[in-house]
Structure formats: structure tokens, C-alpha cells
Design a protein around this ligand. Sequence first.
Ligand SMILES: NC(=O)C[C@H](N)C(=O)O
Length: 324
Amino acid sequence: AEPADKPGVTIFATGGTIAGSSKSNTDTTNYTSGDIGVQQLLDAVPELEDVATVTGEQIANTGSSNIDQAILLKLSKAINKQLATPDTHGVVVTHGTDTLEETGFFLDLTVDSDKPVVMVGAMRPATAISADGPFNLLEAVTLAASDKAMGRGAMIVINDRIGSAFYTTKTNAIMLDTFKAIEQGYLGAFVSSQPHFYYEPAEPTNKPSFDISNIDSLPKVDILYGYQDAESSLLTAAIDNGAKGIVLASTGNGSVPKRMEEAVKKAMADGIPVIRSTRTGNGIVSPKEMGIGSGVYNPQKARILLMLVLSQTDDMEKIRGYFE
Ligand SMILES: NC(=O)C[C@H](N)C(=O)O
């Protein structure tokens, strides 16, 4: 599509490390925050044009310890005005991380729109080797341009995570993965033995359900662990032993060693799904050419899901759809 067809996203720049610069590309602590203007931030990420029609507005350019209520009010009013225009799909606020959570929370409580408001910052200045700002900015704009971001309140994007501005906090003075909402990752907690929920009722995205009223047994699915030197003999043995599906508790992002590729491909071709999950205990295993990525499911949950799915269908693309 032409750039004009892309969703409109306005970036309100306020400064911070994301707009910081230093004479040295290894300096990540003694740089000047809020040194680079919004146009320069945009110019550093030409890929933004692929996801949105982006316009920039400079609200302030300072370290976020200098953000005050005058700036908050100016910013919130500017965002409300911008989101009311039909061509605007969402807004992004570039901001220093030190007080980013305060501004995000303020916007969450004062912006009157279902459209996405995305706070973004960086922990390394723009001049650093492996500066995190440009990719964070690309993700923030992609989120602001996404229909999936509607109605979620103000959000904080940094280090590949989407946080609720209501709950997310800076937790580390210098590390890249500083923003966390650890406690509110739970649904709730007990206060004097009474349940207190952090969220309104919500279902996990794409949660499947199965009617097992007429099912007396489920297909056999085995889990195989990933490790250095792992090869295909256990996979073949599991299938010879009657497995109708296999879950790999693989290394990393569900990687399959070259030694096992042929056996995985053969199993898939024979109608035996091979789900690539991860032994790391965390993360969303993404689709690749090989097998089926487990998505959000750890190996033991992927196994239960695959048994249920196999009780309903042997269509490989349908099976894939439950995971990826
Ligand atoms: N990482 C950062 O953005 C910190 C910076 N001092 C600020 O909050 O402006």
C-alpha cells in the first residue's frame, strides 16, 4: 500500500535517553539526555514508514526528572486533540525512563479515547553501540498502528514487552529490561483473605475449548528434551512406540538441531505433528519452517493441548492454528 494508506501515528517527543547523545559510543551513563530532536529520532528508523504514516511533534526535550505538571498537562491535551482527528490511529510518546511511568499513568487517567497511547524510552543513548531506542521506537509505532492495541489504556513499550502504564514500574537503574509489572502479571492477590483482582474479567487470547463428553481416551503425545548432541533416534523411537504427536522441549526459541531436521520433516509429512516448545521456561516460541512453534505453551501444556487437538482433527494446518 502507499504510505498514505498506513495508519496515522503521531509521535510526541519529550526527551530522555532515547534522545540522548554522547561523544563516546560505549558511554551509557554520562551522556546528555534529550539532545536529539524528534525529526532525527524518526530519520534513524526509516522502517517506521512501513507501518505507519508518522508525524512528529516536540513537546519538550529534557531528562525525565525535569518533566513537570505543566508538561504533563500540555502533553495530555495535545494527545486528546490529536486522537480526536479521524486520521490518527494512535500516538507514541518518547520519554526518559526515570519518570516514564508517572507520565504513562497520568495519560492513562486523563486521555479520553480508545485509541492507543504508547510510551517508549530507551536505556542506551542514541549514540551507543546497540542503542535500544530505534527498535523500541519501531515497536511502539507498530503497536500504536495496530488494531489489537485499541481499548487497552496507555501502554509502555521497552525491551520487546508491552506493559500496562497503570501497573508498570522501572525496576533497575541501568539494565535494558528495567520495566516490569511482576505482581500485576498475576490476576490478583488476597488482602486479609479476601480476593482482590487487578483486572476486569478477561480470557487468554485465542483460548481454545474442547468438548470431551464423548471421548474415552486421548492420542499418545510424548515430550523429548533438547540438549547438545540430541539426535533423531528418540524421536523415531517415540513414533515407533505409537506417539501420534511429539513435543520438543527444545533449546532457546524452539530450535531444532540439523541432526534432527530430517526426522522432524518426515514426522510432519507422515501426519505426526512436532511442536517446538522451549526448555527455557519462558517466551513465545515463534513459527519457523520446521515443525510447529508452540506459541505461549510450555512443553507440558503443549502436550495436553496437542492431545486434545488430535482428538478433534488430523488436519495439520488446523493443528498449527492452535499453537502459532
Ligand atoms: N533511560 C533514561 O531515559 C534515563 C534518563 N535519565 C531520563 O529519564 O531521561
